[in-house]
Design a binder for this molecule. Structure first.
Ligand code: MSP
Length: 502
């Protein structure tokens, strides 16, 4: 049997406010992980999309006197524009208002109802209108009368006749699953929280809303709509072809990885796997909860009103630089402070200086000493070969674990080693002395540039295409010690020019 397609997903984003760098962060991380798998030769599928139902979206549209469908259409278009601006290469884009998705949700709902995993009862409890979520008295008390998610005051106690998902009966099974599949919950800090919550015991989940008009109607009871989270999580199935294209679904499912922000980790590691268990479908292989970008110590978010968009950040910088910064600046899983100054510092310290100069110096020397070609004879330096081997091993295993930050650190060990190699070998002296060692040095340096171009390509696809055109090489998984003799090295414009202060 052919390898299963590597299937990775982003959260689907609420269609009620412009997307900001927080959203771009998740999407770029998924894109990088997908491109890494593709570089390794796997067939890949990346799913993203929009979460378009619910009271909050309905209210936003109404306030702006726009029809809800027109409202969400606009945000879906904006998202597609943003992902193209950020060089994100997604393969599927689900919108929860798509008919195909709605049908999947209805089918899932009907099946769970028929088998008794969804049952009807009355529900009363504190309700956050903003998050469209019921909370327990205790949760609201702990959050001093506010919503534990968005922090807004909870003013409503809601009572409805409702349908419930039998979440409570999956606690034991979930704990067994986590134990048997230690890769499923990542990273460890997030995992522990989930395990604690499930160990304390789960309550059944109300999966319908009575007064929310903008949603998928409960099959057989149009007075109710399906809870947005129940609807939204199913995008990972509908976007993979379930059940309308089972041939495709079988190649994709189970998802290899869901990447989500830590605030929605619970939904993805408790509710979602329980739903899949009820459906008798295999569970995703990994759910990775990443941290937040903060600004003035607050999470960047619409509700705190401190939004920064990728467009603003990229007024002066190529979007690839933002992509690189996202994953280079902080370990995946922790929080970090976002600042333009930090991006510029990183740009200079990692890209313009060590990498940009390595390119420039190598190209200039090849042009001066070999007429713009690589030497037609010579061999790869033994020490740098060893370094490349070590770096490739480390880089690969860290990328497989989504430790982007560590992977880039290890690649920079090679960039630094190559720069030191120039200083130590002094090619200008070898040239003057007409030493045959010059051939080895220059072949080795050019080999290092190709090596970096390949491994950096998931992070900076456009910049790496430029790098590849400087070298007239293909972008591919590098092989340590690979050299190309007698090849034209066309070079080109400075890859990482100095920033002009505005
Ligand atoms: N619609 C739900 C997700 C449903 S998935 C089945 C949702 N949407 S959202 O528009 O609020 O997007 C939330 C996601 O955006 C977070 O999980 C996270 O991935 C990303 N981020 C939003 N703000 C962020 C930061 N400030 N920092 C990093 N990422 C954050 O929740």
């Amino acid at each position: 049997m052919r390898d299963k397609i590597y299937y990775i997903t982003t959260p689907i984003y609420y269609a009620n406010a412009p997307l900001h760098i927080g959203h771009a962060y998740s999407t770029v991380a998924v894109d990088v992980a997908k491109r890494w798998q593709a570089l390794k030769g796997r067939e890949t599928f990346m799913l993203t999309g929009m979460d378009e139902h619910g009271e909050k979206i309905y209210q936003s549209a109404e306030k702006s006197q726009v029809k809800p469908q027109d409202w969400v259409d606009r945000y879906a278009e904006d998202a597609k524009k943003l992902w193209s601006f950020m060089n994100v290469s997604y393969d599927g884009f689900v919108r929860t208002t798509d008919n195909c998705h709605k049908k999947t949700v209805e089918e899932v709902f009907k099946k769970l109802l028929a088998q008794g995993d969804i049952y009807s009862a009355d529900y009363e409890g504190p309700y956050c209108v903003s998050c469209e979520t019921f909370f327990t008295e205790q949760q609201v008390k702990d959050a001093v009368g506010c919503c534990p998610d968005c922090g807004k005051k909870i003013t409503e106690i809601k009572k409805e006749s409702a349908l419930f998902f039998r979440l409570s009966s999956y606690g034991e099974k979930l704990l067994n699953f986590y134990k048997a599949n230690p890769d499923f919950l990542q990273p460890t800090a997030a995992a522990n929280k989930t395990i604690d919550t499930v160990t304390r015991g789960l309550k059944d989940l109300c999966v319908t809303r009575e007064k929310v008009k903008w949603g998928i109607s409960v099959p057989g009871d149009p007075s109710k709509t399906i809870y947005v989270w129940f609807d939204a999580l199913i995008n990972y199935l509908s976007g993979a072809g379930f059940p309308h294209d089972m041939e495709r679904f079988r190649k994709l499912w189970p998802a290899d990885c869901h990447i989500v922000g830590k605030e929605i980790y619970y939904f993805h590691t408790v509710i979602w796997p329980a739903m899949l268990m009820a459906l008798d479908l295999p569970l995703p292989k990994k759910v990775y909860g990443h941290g937040w970008w903060t600004l003035r110590n607050d999470k960047i978010s619409k509700s705190t009103g401190n939004i920064v968009t990728p467009y603003e950040v990229c007024e002066q910088l190529h979007p690839d630089i933002l992509r690189f910064f996202f994953l280079r600046e902080m370990p995946f899983g922790t929080d970090g402070a976002f600042s333009l100054v930090r991006i510029e510092e990183r740009y200079v310290a990692d890209l313009a200086n060590p990498l940009g100069n390595l390119f420039k110096r190598t190209e200039v020397m090849l042009s001066k000493y070999f007429g713009g070609k690589t030497p037609s004879d010579g061999s790869f330096d033994g020490e740098i070969l060893q370094k490349q081997k070590e770096v490739l091993l480390k880089f690969s295993s860290l990328m497989d674990e989504l430790q982007f930050h560590g992977a880039l650190n290890s690649l920079w060990e090679l960039v630094d080693a190559a720069n030191r190699f120039i200083e130590e070998k002094k090619p200008w002296v070898l040239y003057k002395e007409k030493s045959p060692r010059l051939n080895d040095v220059m072949l080795t340096l050019e080999g290092c540039l190709e090596f970096c171009t390949g491994l950096l390509s998931p992070f900076m696809p456009v910049k790496c295409a430029e790098m590849a055109s400087h070298l007239d090489c293909e972008i591919k998984m590098p092989e340590p010690g690979a050299i190309r003799k007698g090849q034209l090295i066309p070079g080109g414009e400075i890859l990482f020019p100095a920033l002009v202060k505005k």
